[in-house]
Write a protein that binds this ligand. Structure first.
Ligand code: FES
Ligand SMILES: [Fe+2]
Length: 347
């Protein structure tokens, strides 16, 4: 159910298979509100999103096959997308079913919008511009009712890869997030940790850090991060949180976990939109507002630094920046991108 014909009418950037045939987040389920056309840019491709009367989300090329007008400038009527130019009506299968200038004629079979594979998972809408080579990555806590989930963002970054690499880097916490995720005067030394590549996923052993405000409860914790790089622009961590002050230890449980599912939509080579979903099983559970307050603060601190990194495109050639053993996951991430053949947005 994807773009049936690349008819040469699109000026497409060259996207390598690793990204073309991957699922990318293009919005939250909430952003795909009924009756609304959502303009989207993914990997320089202008797309339009919408939700039909059955509740199914669609992502199409933002282009009318007739004269190339932008469908996102049109409107939805009777469960059809109506082009703003000559009013061609496209149904939910992307077939044109009405040409108002010839209302009694059946539109030709070729009069179709160019649709892409679209799925919804974890409160997010995903699209694949090619043929999906993988499933959407797993987010195990999403279906576990003992976890509260909160979708946060969008957060704007230049490089989605730089943003992801920052997400999996605990050594910046004491500096970028002083008083939140770390302590500037007492940075945590990071002992050696392991990174393994299994079933196409990079994952680490636990990494211990001290956090004055490590989760929305605003209680100092010792946190043990286990990271995963799931896809080039999708990552995840599960952190075990232990309340540091023994006097308040009774407020927590040894099962307390705080997880984050991270996604980046690469708009073009140097612009991206980051959306994250937090999952936590504390008791009592924080409010959505408490969760967002902390995430908004942390991601604003991150983008203020990450967006100053040069080059803006992440170097996947390991000779281009200096790596220390404490950057092991970032180093493996770059090599993994390189080995996958990811070139768009990299140097
Ligand atoms: S360009 Fe869309 S109807 Fe003519
Ligand atoms: Fe950070």
């Amino acid at each position: 159910m994807n773009c049936p014909a690349r008819s040469g009418i699109l000026d497409e950037p060259t996207i390598e298979p690793a990204l073309l045939n991957d699922w990318h987040v293009v919005g939250t389920s909430e952003e795909f509100a009924p009756g609304k056309l959502v303009p989207i840019t993914l990997l320089e491709r202008d797309l339009v999103g919408w939700r039909d009367d059955e509740g199914v989300a669609h992502v199409w090329e933002d282009l009318c096959i007739h004269r190339g007008a932008r469908l996102s400038k049109g409107f939805i009527q009777n469960n059809r997308v109506v082009c703003p130019y000559h009013g061609w009506n496209y149904d939910a299968t992307a077939q044109c079913v009405l040409m108002p200038a010839a209302p009694t004629e059946k539109p030709m079979a070729k009069a179709r919008a160019l649709r892409h594979h679209t799925r919804e998972a974890y409160g997010l809408v995903w699209a694949c511009l090619g043929e999906p080579a993988h499933d959407i990555p797993a987010f195990p806590e999403w279906d576990d009712p003992s976890y509260k989930k909160v979708v946060c963002g969008p957060y704007h970054f230049r490089s989605g890869y730089r943003a992801l690499e920052n997400f999996i880097d605990p050594t910046h916490f004491p500096f970028v997030h002083a008083g939140v995720n770390g302590i500037m005067d007492l940075p945590d030394p990071i002992p050696p940790y392991q990174v393994k590549l299994e079933d196409g996923i990079l994952s680490t052993s636990e990494i211990k850090v001290t956090q004055p405000y490590g989760d929305p409860r605003n209680i100092p914790v010792v946190a043990y991060y286990a990271y995963k790089c799931l896809r080039p622009l999708v990552a995840y961590f599960k952190k075990r949180v232990v309340i540091s002050d023994p006097q308040h230890a009774h407020l927590g449980s040894e099962d307390d976990r705080f997880c984050t599912f991270f996604t980046a939509q690469q708009v073009d080579a140097t612009h991206s939109i980051v959306r994250i979903t937090c999952a936590m099983n504390f008791d009592p559970q924080p409010t959505d507002a408490e969760v967002r307050r902390r995430q908004d603060l942390v991601y604003a601190q991150d983008s203020a630094i990450v967006d100053t990194q040069r080059p803006e495109r992440i170097p996947v050639d390991l000779r281009k920046e200096l790596h220390h053993r404490t950057d092991l996951l970032g180093q493996k991430y770059r090599k993994w991108l390189h080995d996958m053949g990811v070139m768009y947005g990299t140097v």
